[in-house]
Structures are given as structure tokens and as C-alpha cells.
Write a protein that binds this ligand. Structure first.
Ligand SMILES: [Zn+2]
Length: 112
């Protein structure tokens, strides 16, 4: 599963950034056109995080709407899927957002 690899990457990057401190929350930004299912990431997360500084952390996933600008008529519109044509019929589109896959932030637990 594609999302398992992504989740492993996220956990590895956050673990390294945490430098041994425990992480209480991780926020991801996932574009709706990124071809990634947030539910699948959430599903893998607890398993992948086990035994790392991220174990037990809360995962927040923010979905980002897909937006395109039409190069033919200049219209900006939100799109639920890749390759959806502009209402004018053009498929000559510039993608503005929706392909993100970012670790937006992480929160460390307060030192005891
Ligand atoms: Zn158009």
C-alpha cells in the first residue's frame, strides 16, 4: 500500500526532528489531488509509530482542496479530481493546490 510507505516516511522524518523527545501531535497537510487516502494514513499511523518517539501521538490530517486555473479562459475553480476540465471545456489547466503532502507541524511533549 502506497500510504504505508508515506506514513513510514512521515514517522521517520518526525522522529529525527524530535531528537529523542516525545511527540504529542503531528499535523499533515494532504491535498485532495495528491492521490493519497488520509484514512489509510491514519490507519497505518499507530502501527508504524509503535516503538518510536511518536507512539501515541495524535495525528491530525488537514485536507487541502484542489484548485486549478484555466489557461484558456482564466477561470479559477475548485476541482474534486485530477483531469476535470474547466467549465469552458478546456483541459489546459494550471494546478494551484491540492497536490500537497506536507508535514505541517509537530508538537513535542513538555519535559516532565
Ligand atoms: Zn476555462
Amino acid at each position: 500500500m502506497h500510504e504505508l510507505g508515506i506514513t513510514r516516511n512521515v514517522v521517520a522524518i518526525v522522529s529525527e526532528a524530535a531528537r529523542g523527545r516525545r511527540v504529542s501531535r503531528v499535523t499533515l497537510e494532504v491535498g485532495k489531488l495528491a492521490g493519497v487516502m488520509p484514512d489509510a494514513i491514519a490507519f497505518c499511523f499507530d502501527t508504524v509509530a509503535k516503538g518510536t518517539p511518536i507512539e501515541g501521538a495524535h495525528l491530525e490530517i488537514r485536507e487541502i482542496e484542489g484548485r486549478c486555473r484555466c489557461r484558456t479562459c482564466g477561470l479559477e475553480f475548485s476541482t474534486p479530481a485530477l483531469f476535470t476540465p474547466c467549465p469552458c471545456g478546456s483541459q489546459n489547466l494550471e494546478r494551484l493546490s491540492g497536490e500537497e503532502l506536507n508535514i505541517k507541524s509537530m508538537q513535542l511533549e513538555e519535559a516532565a
